[in-house]
Design a protein around this ligand. Structure first.
Ligand code: 13P
Ligand code: SF4
Length: 303
């Protein structure tokens, strides 16, 4: 593939800095094209910890870069746009969670990876959209479970494991834009399509799914499925990767309105500036980091 000037400069500087570019599956095509590795939230942090690099250029939202910093404190994690945050992660704070914990002192506390490092420091277990069900199945026998912050992910796992949870009132403003009528309309237009849905979607949308999957699991699923067409109920940025990896298959976004504006803040220009100035660094304070890594380690122990 032909590289533009900007891409050439980024690749050269990346080598000089011993840097690696990680990008979430929702990033703009120009960012996906320059990335060394694409993935979902946890895959990217795990990759950050594994790679032999001094600098991690994290193209995603803030909690993802923080998770990378928690897992690899020896590397410099920088974000090309530090203002790219996740509104769902901001719906709960450590203080609010501590208050909830005093109401339910016996409860096991499970938190979605879409949370700040301070909130992770208050958790017993972390989970991701890939493993939420497996983590919750492993904890099914606990007398009480608090699940934060996504009430729709909580609803999905609660139904699957047949257990009532203590739920926080958080949600993803992007995924709730996908409505059952969008799926119905697209299915009418493309009747042979399989419907793949992210678990952050509304329960009515999840009910219509052929498969409920995290972003990277969607990428794996479409490769192995016999279907040739897919209705994709998640942020629209993933369609670029799906199409690139499966040129003979067709992908229809459930709705073009499902855009995460924070995921679109990062551009090739900003990646170049970040590499030039080695900024903005995302660094979790050590006293928070050692508490925040525990629920992540606990998650790996039970799945
Ligand atoms: P994934 O971990 O499935 O990539 O989800 C992250 C996210 O923020 C979805 O909105
Ligand atoms: Fe957060 Fe939703 Fe954007 Fe994912 S799509 S980063 S959950 S706001």
């Amino acid at each position: 593939m032909k590289q533009n000037n900007l891409e050439k400069k980024i690749r050269k500087l990346k080598e000089k800095r011993r840097a690696i570019i990680l990008a979430h599956n929702y990033q703009l095509p120009e960012v996906q094209d320059i990335a060394d590795f694409l993935g979902d939230s946890l895959e990217l942090s795990k990759k950050a910890a594994q790679v032999d690099a001094k600098v991690i250029v994290f193209c995603g939202v803030h909690f993802m870069a923080e998770t990378a910093s928690i897992l690899c404190p020896d590397k410099k994690v920088i974000m090309p746009d530090i203002t790219a945050g996740c509104p769902m992660a901001k719906m709960i704070t450590a203080k609010k969670l501590r208050r909830l914990k005093t109401t339910y002192p016996e409860a096991t506390v499970v938190g979605y990876v879409n949370t700040s490092a301070e909130v992770k420091a208050e958790l017993d277990y972390c989970c991701t959209s890939t493993n939420a069900l497996a983590v919750m199945e492993a904890l099914r026998d606990r007398s009480q479970i608090i699940f934060i912050p996504d009430k729709y992910l909580a609803h999905y796992v609660s139904q699957k494991i047949h257990k009532k949870l203590i739920v926080w009132d958080g949600y993803c403003p992007t995924h709730i834009k996908i409505l059952p009528q969008d799926i119905k309309r697209e299915k009418k237009l493309h009747p042979k399509s399989e419907i793949i849905v992210h678990p952050e979607c509304l329960p009515e949308v999840i009910e219509m799914a052929d498969a409920v999957l995290s972003t990277s699991k969607m990428c794996q699923y479409v490769k192995s499925s016999k279907a040739k067409e897919f209705i994709v109920a998640t942020e629209v940025g993933i369609i670029y990767r799906l199409k690139k990896e499966n040129p003979n298959k067709e992908f229809y976004p459930a709705t073009e309105r499902a855009i995460c504006p924070n995921m679109k803040k990062i551009t090739q220009e900003k990646i170049l500036w970040a590499l030039e100035e080695l900024k903005e660094e995302v660094k979790v304070k050590e006293e928070i980091r050692i508490r925040a890594i525990r629920p992540i380690e606990n998650m790996f122990k039970v799945i």
